[in-house]
Design a protein around this ligand. Structure first.
Ligand code: FES
Length: 205
């Protein structure tokens, strides 16, 4: 989901859900292993640990191997960041009725200025989102198939949070009448080349 920004509402400060706890536990265990490994060569301890870099440094994503329609998750600052290569059909699914969305223009939601547009991205085909629900921090599921039996005939494809039922479209925009108050967060990112994405830094102007 991967790595992430102008002033905007932060993620709600609320008790951690089981899924969020699971994510933190998994990343903490992985980080602990990294720390043990870093302690072995003493001289190397003067260098930033892999855990430090993973938590705070930019994260590189190779887009060449990401097929259209597929989603890749990377970790940035301890958070899952999704990178989704949207197909033309996925982009067309965003042209649904804006009155169904809680914040269609992302005026109350968090994203860099360069991603404040209807598709919420620099390149329309590449979506980058923090994969944490803006309600209470669960990890939504990727549900790209339209008209899913359990989500209804009008489901356009998007992300569904199983904790309390929040729904987001394939730009991370939240639908009305669900608990999540704002859209999924877009982290800062830039394209170092056509196939290389860097999560955690803004584009050089
Ligand atoms: S955490 Fe409540 S709907 Fe996602």
């Amino acid at each position: 989901m991967s790595a992430n920004a102008p002033s905007a509402p932060s993620l709600p400060d609320a008790p951690l859900s089981p899924d969020r706890r699971l994510w933190i536990t998994v990343t903490s265990v992985a980080g602990g292993v990294g720390l043990v490994g870093a302690a072995v060569p003493f001289v190397a301890s003067f260098e930033p640990s892999e855990r430090t870099l993973a938590q705070g440094g930019p994260v590189e994503v190779d887009l060449a191997g990401l097929a259209p329609g597929k989603l890749q998750t990377v970790e940035w600052r301890g958070k899952p960041v999704w990178v989704l290569k949207r197909t033309p059909e996925m982009l067309a699914s965003l042209a649904h009725d804006d009155s169904l969305l809680a914040d269609p223009l992302s005026t109350r939601s968090e994203q860099p200025a360069y991603a404040k547009n209807p598709v919420r991205s620099i390149k329309p085909e590449v979506l980058v989102l923090v994969g944490i629900c803006t309600h209470l921090g669960c990890i939504p599921t990727f549900r790209p198939t339209p008209a899913s039996p359990d989500l209804g005939a009008s489901w356009p494809g998007g992300f569904y949070c199983p904790c309390h039922g929040s729904k987001f479209d394939l730009a991370g925009r939240v639908f009305k009448n669900v608990p999540a108050p704002i859209n999924l967060q877009v982290p800062p990112y830039e394209f170092a080349s056509a196939d290389k994405l860097i999560v955690g830094v803004d584009p050089k102007s």
